[in-house]
Design a binder for this molecule. Structure first.
Ligand code: PLZ
Length: 443
């Protein structure tokens, strides 16, 4: 059933039925599992999420950059229904099936670079990152992995170690995996000597620190998000990533692009690396790949991927046939409906309006991102001091008006926007109107 593409508020947000369910959640679900906006969902499609009280909310979150093709996208629903009726699981490592192979073929074709590639499929982004590190270590025979300030790579033990932010991801969960080293990110807005020096100085710092503190000969991999996701949509200073990738190639260090949040048309290209012409050795994907079903992948140079002994990679559910069928349908949708074009169009609608907000309110320190992955960083007016209180106030005001928005950033002071790529212009504008009013009321 198609979901009416209009915002409709029937009750306060959250409504009474959501509140009842939320009380049950409190009694039944571990409190460590948080909730951004406790409206309980009944169905969703396009740019709308419908809750159990009959409210229609505008979706500027896509379930954290997952349902780029829209919720319950028609091709995905159809493919899943067929696959689930045929068979649900055999385990690819026991008796394989075509859908897994077809997803690997698509990934090898769509990811940057014309070289010979291989892929392996997993269940979650964190699992893909773990496996990329396993592959890089096996291929190089080295152990150290270099990650950046503000990075987010997951919540498992190794990926917690790669993730930069303590609260809520790491606090009290140590000890963390060893041989992880952190270097500064080329974060233009917060670079001490200003954005113009950022790429050069950050690259020099990177080289010096890896050389002096780790040693190139000990470094298996450098992992970077081409645009940092949870870290606040930090777009590395232009040229930084390309120079890091080049330097990695010289020292035979595996350059891993974590495109779990940026991949699959989100930034207006299939993968965010392409914008700067960077070709990673390994690329991790998840989220947008399968229209909401759990699937993740590592794709990379055949000689690196194939360095691992047979049986060294896998997992019971990795590349589950239903998730693979969904991925093939999601990718088909991205091609047929030109969702990279849609992401660029979304930027053309959103960026001028966000720029107008930045013009009007001193609290907007920075506007950044690409495609349908845009954010504003909020500060105390006249300074660069993070303003998480205002960020929270604006977010709550948006939620109360039926606009799902998310926050991000090491300092909790970034409003980020990740609408489904199939959202209509009217909803986009209405969402931005709500954001305008939230700024007017709070800033
Ligand atoms: N790498 C770049 O963005 C997941 C995390 C939500 P999983 N980001 C959303 C939360 O609070 O847990 C992410 C990412 C990047 C890796 C991951 C991890 O992907 O599928 O959540 O494991």
């Amino acid at each position: 059933m198609a979901v009416d593409q209009r915002r409709i508020l029937q009750t306060a947000i959250p409504g009474p039925r959501s509140e009842q369910l939320h009380a049950r959640k409190g009694a039944a679900v571990a409190s460590g599992v948080g909730t951004t906006l406790p409206v309980y969902v009944e169905r969703a499609g396009g740019g709308i999420v419908v809750d159990v009280d009959g409210n229609h909310l505008i979706d500027f979150g896509s379930g954290i950059a997952v349902v780029s093709v829209g919720n319950a996208a028609p091709r995905v629903v159809d493919a899943v229904q067929h696959q689930v009726a045929d068979f649900t699981h055999t385990c690819f490592m026991v008796t394989p099936y075509e859908e897994y192979v077809a997803v690997a073929e698509k990934l090898n074709e769509l990811t940057p670079g014309p070289h010979d590639k291989r892929s392996a499929l997993f269940n979650s982004g964190a699992e893909a990152v773990e496996n990329a590190v396993k592959i890089a270590r096996h291929h190089t025979g080295r152990q150290a992995v270099v990650a950046f300030d503000h990075a987010y790579h997951g919540r498992t033990n190794l990926t917690m170690a790669l993730t930069a932010k303590n609260m809520p991801y790491k606090n009290g969960f140590g000890p963390f995996a060893g041989e992880i080293y952190r270097v500064p990110m080329a974060y233009p807005y917060r670079w001490p000597t200003g954005p113009d020096n950022c790429a050069d100085e950050a690259f020099e710092t990177f080289v010096t620190q890896v050389h002096s503190q780790v040693g190139e000969q000990n470094t298996a991999a450098v992992i970077i998000e081409p645009i940092q996701g949870e870290g606040g949509f930090v777009v590395p200073a232009p040229g930084f990533m390309a120079r890091v990738a080049e330097w990695c190639a010289i020292h035979r260090i595996v350059f891993i692009a974590d495109e779990i949040q940026t991949g699959f048309c989100r930034t207006g290209d299939w993968f965010a690396c392409e914008f700067e012409g960077v070709v990673p050795d390994l690329i991790t994907t998840a989220k947008g790949i399968a229209g909401g079903l759990p699937l993740a992948a590592v794709t990379g140079r055949a000689e690196m991927m194939d360095a691992v002994h047979t049986g060294g990679l896998g997992g019971t559910y990795g590349g589950n046939p239903v998730a693979c069928a969904a991925a093939l349908a999601a990718i088909e949708t991205m091609v047929a409906d030109d969702l990279c074009g849609s992401a660029k169009h979304i930027e053309s609608v959103m960026r001028p309006r966000l720029a107008a907000l930045a013009e009007k309110y001193d609290a907007v320190g920075d506007l950044r991102g690409r495609g349908a992955m845009l954010a504003v960083e909020l500060v105390e007016p006249g300074t660069k001091d993070p303003n998480p209180a205002l960020t929270a106030a604006i977010t709550s005001a948006c939620h109360r008006e039926g606009l799902i928005t998310l926050t991000a950033g090491t300092f909790g002071n970034v409003l980020r926007f990740l609408p489904p790529l199939v959202i209509g212009d009217e909803l986009l504008h209405e969402g931005l109107d709500i954001l305008d009013s939230a700024f007017a009321a709070s800033a």
